[in-house]
Design a protein around this ligand. Sequence first.
Ligand code: PLP
Length: 393
Amino acid sequence: MIDQNPVFIPGPTNIPQRLLSAMQVQTKDHRSPDFVNVFGPVLDRTKRVFGSQHGTVVTFPASGTGGWEAAITNTLSAGDKVLIARYGMFSHRWVDMCERHGLDVHIVDCPWGTGAPSEQFESILSADKEHAIKAVLVTHNETATGVVSDIAKVRAAMDNSAHPALLLVDCVSSLASMPFEFDAWGVDVAVSGSQKGFMLATGMAIVCASPKALAAMQSTTLPRTFFDFRDMIEANGSGGFPYTPPLPLIYGLSASLDMLFEEGLSNVYARHTRLAEGVRRAAGAWGLPLVAQSSDLYSDAVSAIYVPAGFDSNALTNHAFEAYGVSFGIGLGEMNGKAFRIGHLGSLTDVMVLSGLATIEMAMADLGYPIELGAGVRAAQDYYRVASTLEKK
Ligand SMILES: *Cc1c(COP(=O)(O)O)cnc(C)c1O
């Protein structure tokens, strides 16, 4: 029965029954008109979720990490200089990937719990008179710390320094949960995946590229074959794929878009804000601080919460699973042992989040945390009773 419990990890997320069913498809010939009819509209509809009219969406059979590799290899050449800030495990992994591709990586190390340092970016970019920096790489939602970065501010920093670098953004754990404005923010490549806001199984990297990125791609030389945008875009142009497509995920994405648009993207974002605020109020009632250092940095997709000194967050998440069969996110990297994470993105309701808060409270009480059983749940209940958007009659 415990497989009926929702997960509270920040991806992969809970898969709604409707999407599980949509992904259950018998083999079809991907060269038949049948496939073209389903696949054709999917890429264009996905652009709406990115907030783009001018971009081109491409998908690859890969996890989000494959999307990163596609973004880097299509837009850069060996030895190119890139600027990237590191403020959590995911931005760290992006740094690592750039280094392994032989890029010249200018790292700005920031305290975990903070976000993209736009002012520092601006002074670095302004000083780069020769325009040696070819790309600025930003993690929109740092899943390890529950911090959202202001991409519009990064764009403003680039514009203020009149710097032509490309802006590459990881939105794996924010897209379809939090607002994303690809065109308005001047993003050149945005990378996401199927298993977070889209509520699908893992296995599809979902990428949006700007006309500027596609132009740059013509002269860049990092090796790419499987991830070559050119092959993908050419095949997609006639409704096809350059190799065998992940059919269940394409059918799943089509149904996921139906669900997101039926709810309405603004309602999806409002639901995430509401769910997140309930979790933040619970943390406040427990007296446990968030890793995110200020309210403008709070992620509506995941909250990383410090455990009190002398407690081990791994023991807490292990106990929650062993005693109650519920998964919470562990502390990653620097946060290992110090913080646990509550994922509150994807297919979740107020009621489901309350069950997660009640569970982690039981686990904390079992382990002798200085909290009052029910305090966090009550704080969230008080908030949801007022903030819930369902009609109260
Ligand atoms: C989940 C995630 C990724 C990608 O992870 P995969 O396991 O490769 O799908 C990348 N960046 C962020 C911020 C993430 O949350």
